[in-house]
Design a protein around this ligand. Sequence first.
Ligand code: NDP
Ligand code: GDR
Length: 374
Amino acid sequence: MSSGKVALITGITGQDGSYLAELLLEKGYEVHGIKRRASLINTQRVDHIYEDPHSKNGRFKLHYGDLSDTSNLTRLMRDIEPDEVYNLGAQSHVAVSFEAPEYTADVDAIGTLRLLEAIRFLGLEKKSRFYQASTSELFGLVQETPQRETTPFYPRSPYAVAKMYAYWITVNYRESYGIYACNGILFNHESPRRGETFVTRKITRGLSNIAMGLEACLYMGNIDALRDWGHAKDYVRMQWMMLQQDKPEDFVIATGVQYSVREFIQWTARELGITLEFSGSGVDEIATVAAIEGDLAPALKVCDVIVRIDPRYFRPAEVETLLGDPSKAKQKLGWTPEITAQEMCAEMVREDHKAARRHALLKQHGLDLPVSVE
Ligand code: NDP
Ligand code: GDR
């Protein structure tokens, strides 16, 4: 049933955009999303909720657009007049932002300004509530542990610096023009829909492929990095909750628990019935198969080396440790995460292993498709 509310989501084709669109449709919203033109169709994450644009009562609508295009954003805002705008679109890969810093600044920082300006220019200050996808990367070189809403920022990448502009311009437009605008400072969150080059998905997909004989070795960067990982489904629920309050405020969203990348590799291996032993140190660290149980890793033998370090994945400036304090979200909004990092890892492995099995089966029947790796 329709709630009569209209939402606009930038980044709807991404991990969070797809879960948020599902949530808002369930709540009866009419959901508009901005997709980019690409040479290949890039709507895989939302294909299951896609509605034929010819259907009269459809509540899910996609529009071409780009955060770098002011006139496009302003026109869409004018035509849609959304009650809620979720700005999730971004060049969201930290390592890539060192390679494409100017583009990242244009999309992640100025893109946010373009949307806020469209609200102001069109006189939608009292109509359109605005959510900005801010990030724990703002804390970067951490000044306090755990990190909370009042912890000083120290961004460590072009991505984080761009997001810092976006954070403050959101605060500024709230204070200057009375727009209901808020920042969700979200710590890392993952899911089976996570992009393949972020560390968790790279691990669950890579080790699943290795278990099925589709790849030989997983090459990693800094596996000592510590992160506070939650599940994207829990975090988009919070994005919506933040726009339903009487007063706009900024919130840290995290689980309050921290693990290393190395631990995430071990959990993944365990889900596949593999016991891994790490040895060596620094760039010479490796992980060797010490034991195999069950039948999920038919391509592996004991003593196979399946994880190595490749300095290509080190970043010019690293964020070594992040740990969030979600007390404010718990107290003021009653939000708590429902899915633990280990449960999320198990779900990701199940999905990636299913895909790897399908791929291996096709290979057995002579239908060998290439496996893309970063
Ligand atoms: P994804 O990388 O999965 O999705 C990013 C989305 O932005 C995609 O839909 C992408 O389109 C779109 N996009 C990229 N560039 C542009 C552009 N120039 N114009 C319009 N759209 C664009 O990110 P997540 O879903 O994981 O994250 C959502 C937001 O939350 C991002 O802003 C991210 O920076 C932020 N964030 C994420 C966290 C996380 O752990 N996931 C934590 C904290 C913040 P396409 O599909 O075409 O590439
Ligand atoms: P992050 O996520 O940079 O925290 O940004 P990512 O998963 O890319 O990295 C997490 C940590 O793992 C280390 N790492 C590797 N990372 C990748 N991608 N590939 C590797 O091979 C690898 N080896 C080790 C990284 O150095 C890092 O320390 C994510 C994004 O979603 C941002 O958009 C978001 O703002 C933050 O989370 C919160």
